[in-house]
Design a protein around this ligand. Sequence first.
Ligand SMILES: O=C(O)CCC(=O)C1=CC=C[C@@H](O)[C@@H]1C(=O)O
Ligand SMILES: [Mg+2]
Length: 319
Amino acid sequence: MTYRFEFNPYQRQFRHPLTTHHGIWKVREGIILRLVDEKGRVGWGEIAPLPWFGSETLEQALTVCQQFPSQITSTDIFSIPAEFPACQFGFESAWDGLVTSNGEDEGESRIETEQISQSLTHASLKYSYLLPTGEAALTSWQQGWQQGDRTFKWKIGVTSMESELRWFEQLVQILPESAQLRLDANGGLTQHQAQQWLQVADQAGIVEFLEQPLPPEEFAAMRAMYDQYRTAIALDESVATLNQLKTCYQQGWRGIFVIKAAIAGSPTQLRQFCQAHDIDVVFSSVFESAIARQAVLNLAVELSHPHRAVGFGVNHWFV
Ligand SMILES: O=C(O)CCC(=O)C1=CC=C[C@@H](O)[C@@H]1C(=O)O
Ligand SMILES: [Mg+2]
């Protein structure tokens, strides 16, 4: 069977640029894919690259799309090489969508406004609310709390450690008892700083995990640190693609795997790995549109650790 294939790049500006140790991110760029089969069934997919996490760039993804003819086959889709994981995810999700679609072409309406993306939340999932970086977190957590989120994620390793530790202590004091906090360093700490953060996190008692304290090349140090503190350590940059995830597992990682499925590669292969290995998984966003968000949340409902919130809090991120 062949599929008519169309692709359209998009840009969405963040309402507030996202500041992390990687830098300042102002615009989310991606590509929306549309497949139509011989019966007229439509499948939508999305390529949402995150090159500083190790995925292909938008330009590389556009080249993959441009090299395809207007009629493609499932062999074309399943032959996309592993160095294009966001493309693998986008094309395979669109193909999966064909199998399940009822022929209605609702995709265009699903390139969301935030209201539509909010409607894409799954009732069975809990959501983590991403706080703004820095001192602003001390006031903005209420918005997440009011929409029912009980898990909050805060970026560290951006300003001075002295300031961030001070704001952390204030945040721990003002967050309600039942709240949980995730700290995300994006690989920006030294080993000494990571140990300092894990010590204060152990004392605070509300920190669910410290995410990617060190850069991926310092895996051995994070592996050694994992058993020294009560606070869990989670990896995301280290496990950004399915191949990296398998390598970390084979090298003994049994901490939390924060999986950004939209850039991890084949969703089918990801599902097979997660089902074959009892790993502690948190699904996390790459600030994709409703199309990839839906595809990832469908995986999360199946594979996510039941007691962990998914990193898809609706924060009205875009203008
Ligand atoms: O995981 C979440 O709660 C939200 C998504 C998120 O934190 C991120 C998305 C994309 C890039 C990063 O800046 C950041 C992360 O490091 O996890
Ligand atoms: Mg992270």
